[in-house]
Ligand binder design. Structure first.
Ligand SMILES: *[C@@H]1O[C@H](CO)[C@@H](O)[C@H](O)[C@H]1NC(C)=O
Ligand SMILES: [Cu+2]
Length: 400
C-alpha cells in the first residue's frame, strides 16, 4: 500500500537521526482493518450519546446508550430472530395498500406501497445529494412499518457485503427456513449484463425462487428497467410507467462474482479510507470508475434477477432492505470511525438533485425529503439535516 510505504520511509528516517534506542513511539502502528472501523465507529457513536464527544447536532434526551436500537447482521441473528423477521416481511406483503385505489393497479399490498414510492422517487434520490439520506429515511420507515403494522419486535438486519465470499451458500440465500429464501432455480446458460463497462456473466440461478420463506412469491409492479436476459421472456408491464399489474414470480440470480473479488474486507476498507468528503464517498459507492464495480451496484447485482436488478423496482426484492441496510451502515462507519473527523463528516452534504443532470440544482441540507404513504405518522417531509446521524432527528440506532 502506497500510504504504508510513505509511513515506513518516515519511520526509517526517524531511526537514522534518533537511533532505535530512542524510539519515540510506545507501539508500532498496525494497519487499520475493517473490523477496527466498525469497532471505532460504534465506540464513537456511544461517546456522542454519553456526551463525551460532540458531533455538532442537538438531540433530544430520549436517545441514550440504554435505549439505542442495535441493528445486526442477518447471519448474526438467532434462528428465531431470523424467522421473526421474515414473518414480519410476509405480514407486510399481505396487508392492504394505502395508496389511492386505482392509481397504481400493481400495488397489491402494503409492501408494494414502498415499491411505488421508490419508483416515483428514483430519479431524485440516486446519484444526488440526498442519496444516502433519503435511503436512510426510507429503510427506517420500512423498519417502523414492520414494527408498528406487523408487530415485529426486532430491528432491521443488514447484509455485511464483506462477510460471505460464498454468498450463494450464505445464511441469507441458502434457501433454508431461516434464510431470506434461496437463489432462483437454475435455468442453465443465459446472457449476462453490463455493469458500467464490465460484463457480469449469467449466474447459477436466474429462475423463480422456490425455496425458503419467499418461495413462489408473486410480484406485480414493473419491470421498468429490466436487466435479465430478454430470452427469458419476462413479461413487460402493461403500463409504460411500470405501475400496472404484472403478476410474475420473484427471480434471483445470486452469484459470487462480486463478493469473491470486489467486495472483500479490504475493498470496503479502501473505499472508506479513500473518501475524505461525502461527495467522494457517495460517488465512489455508486461508480468506482472503469476498472472495478462500485459497492452499491455490486450488492444489487450480487442478488440480481427480477426485480432485484431493476433500479426503480428493486425494493420489491425482499433482500433489498438488507443490502441498503449495509449501505447505511457503511456510511455510518465512514462518518464515525475517526474521532477527529466525526463532527465535520456528520453534516457534510454535496451533490445535485436529479440523477441524469449533473447541472441540476445543488441539494441543500434543508431540502425536505418525501416518503408519501410510507412515512411513519407525522414524519413525512423531514429535511435532510434530520438524517445526519443515526442517533439524532427521528432515529435512535447504531450498528453492531
Ligand atoms: C413453488 O412452486 C413449485 C413449482 O410450481 C412447487 O413445486 C412448490 O411446491 C411451490 N412451493 C411452495 C412453498 O408453494
Ligand atoms: Cu434506491
Amino acid at each position: 500500500m502506497a500510504g504504508n510505504t510513505v509511513v515506513n520511509a518516515v519511520l526509517a528516517s526517524l531511526c537514522l537521526f534518533s537511533g532505535a534506542s530512542a524510539w519515540p513511539f510506545k507501539t508500532r502502528q498496525t494497519a487499520l482493518t475493517l473490523d477496527n472501523v466498525q469497532e471505532q465507529a460504534l465506540a464513537n457513536a456511544y461517546k456522542v450519546l454519553d456526551g463525551t464527544l460532540a458531533d455538532g447536532l442537538t438531540r433530544s434526551t430520549g436517545c441514550s446508550k440504554d435505549t439505542v436500537a442495535v441493528r445486526k447482521e442477518f447471519g448474526d441473528l438467532t434462528k428465531d430472530e431470523r424467522k421473526e423477521y421474515t414473518r414480519a416481511v410476509k405480514c407486510i406483503l399481505e396487508k392492504p395498500s394505502k395508496l389511492p385505489a386505482g392509481k397504481y393497479p400493481g400495488a397489491k399490498s402494503r409492501y408494494d406501497d414502498f415499491v411505488v414510492v421508490h419508483m416515483n422517487m428514483t430519479p431524485s434520490v440516486h446519484a444526488t445529494a440526498n442519496f444516502m439520506h433519503w435511503h436512510r429515511y426510507y429503510i427506517w420507515a420500512y423498519e417502523t412499518a414492520l414494527r408498528t403494522e406487523c408487530d415485529y419486535k426486532g430491528w432491521q438486519p443488514y447484509w455485511n457485503w464483506a462477510k460471505y465470499a460464498d454468498l450463494v451458500n450464505s445464511p441469507i440465500f441458502n434457501g433454508d427456513e431461516w434464510s431470506m429464501g434461496g437463489n432462483g432455480d437454475p435455468i442453465g446458460a443465459h446472457a449476462g449484463t453490463y455493469i458500467g463497462s464490465q460484463m457480469l456473466p449469467g449466474g447459477p440461478g436466474g429462475g423463480c425462487v422456490t425455496k425458503g420463506p419467499f418461495a413462489n412469491l408473486t410480484i406485480h409492479l414493473g419491470p421498468l428497467m429490466p436487466t435479465m436476459d430478454p430470452k427469458l421472456g419476462i413479461k413487460s408491464n402493461p403500463r409504460t410507467d411500470g405501475f400496472g399489474d404484472n403478476p410474475r414470480c420473484l427471480r434471483r440470480d445470486v452469484s459470487n462474482f462480486f463478493t469473491a473479488s470486489y467486495m472483500r474486507p479490504q475493498d470496503l476498507l479502501d473505499q472508506i479510507t479513500a473518501a475524505p468528503t461525502i461527495g467522494k464517498f457517495q460517488d465512489s459507492l455508486q461508480d468506482a470508475g472503469a476498472k472495478k464495480p462500485a459497492l452499491h451496484v455490486g450488492g444489487h447485482f450480487s442478488i440480481w434477477g427480477d426485480p432485484g436488478g431493476d433500479v426503480y423496482v428493486s425494493p420489491a426484492e425482499p433482500t433489498f432492505w438488507l443490502h441498503h441496510g449495509q449501505l447505511d451502515r457503511h456510511w455510518w462507519m465512514w462518518a464515525n470511525y475517526q474521532e477527529k473527523e466525526l463532527k465535520s463528516r456528520t453534516s457534510m452534504y454535496e451533490g445535485g438533485t436529479n440523477w441524469m443532470n449533473p447541472n441540476s440544482a445543488k441539494g441543500k441540507p434543508t431540502d425536505n425529503q418525501w416518503l408519501d404513504v410510507v412515512a411513519p405518522a407525522g414524519k413525512n417531509g423531514l429535511p435532510s439535516n434530520q438524517f445526519f446521524s443515526t442517533t439524532a432527528g427521528p432515529f435512535c440506532y447504531v450498528y453492531a
